[in-house]
Design a protein around this ligand. Structure first.
Ligand SMILES: [Zn+2]
Length: 237
């Protein structure tokens, strides 16, 4: 009992070591320690063949550029989440502690079903293209790593392009952040085994927005960011 009681202050110190700001930056990390992103991955276990891989990263992807006038118009022509290619019915995990703040909200909602979780650090996570309406209720407390839903397919077939679309938004839903910057994961390895296609290039500024971490924050409805006069790959009709 004595050992248990003396360890409590240590635990408290550890749990308060990282303070998080709503703008996504972790601050006040102890000297010599790198702040860790606040959230975890929304799928369990290691990635890989037969399990899950990243199908499309956040940002100025070639896929988003191609559909910038249709699907991604509200997101400035960018893919405003990360897609995890995964078999239908795979458990989806809460990326952090919080409480359920939305179920099947369809404005920019990634149907046919979705779930939104409020996180006290100042974010909302959205889990889209779910298989079915999550068995949850508004205000339901959730813990990081808890199964909150099951993955599906935007086309409702489970055969066309099953994947989980994950977004991290501001509390007013006006901003979408790059999940790569906020989720503690080995993103470089995920990029190596993930999508072969990369980011759309503006030949007038070819180095801009070309890596998984160097992507702009999306301001919903602020207008397109990527109407390029000289795009590569070229525009298509
Ligand atoms: Zn997506």
């Amino acid at each position: 009992m004595i050992a248990l009681r003396t360890s409590i202050p240590v635990l408290l110190l550890l749990s308060t070591a990282i303070l998080l700001a709503p703008d996504g930056a972790a601050q006040a990390a102890p000297p010599g320690q790198t702040p860790r992103p606040p959230f975890g991955l929304p799928l369990e276990g290691p990635p890989g063949a037969g399990r899950w891989v990243v199908g499309q990263f956040y940002g100025n992807t070639q896929g988003a550029y191609r559909y910038r006038e249709e699907w991604y118009r509200a997101g400035q022509g960018l893919h405003f989440g990360v897609d995890f290619s995964v078999r239908c019915g795979t458990p989806v995990l809460a990326i952090g502690d919080g409480e359920v703040s939305g179920i099947d909200r369809m404005e920019r909602g990634a149907g046919p079903h979705n779930l939104l979780i409020y996180h006290p650090e100042g974010y909302i996570s959205l889990y889209g293209h779910l298989l079915e309406a999550p068995a949850a209720y508004i205000g339901m407390p959730v813990k990081r790593g808890q199964v909150v839903a099951f993955s599906g397919d935007p086309d409702g077939t489970c055969a066309s392009r099953p994947h989980l679309h994950l977004e991290i938004r501001s509390l007013d839903h006006g901003i979408a952040y790059n999940p790569v910057m906020l989720i503690d994961a080995d993103w470089q390895t995920l990029a190596l085994i993930g999508p072969r296609s990369s980011f759309e290039t503006d030949l007038a500024e070819p180095r801009r927005w070309q890596t998984i971490a160097d992507q702009p924050t999306v301001d919903f409805w602020a207008g397109p960011l990527n109407h390029y006069a000289r795009p590569w790959p070229p525009d298509w009709e």
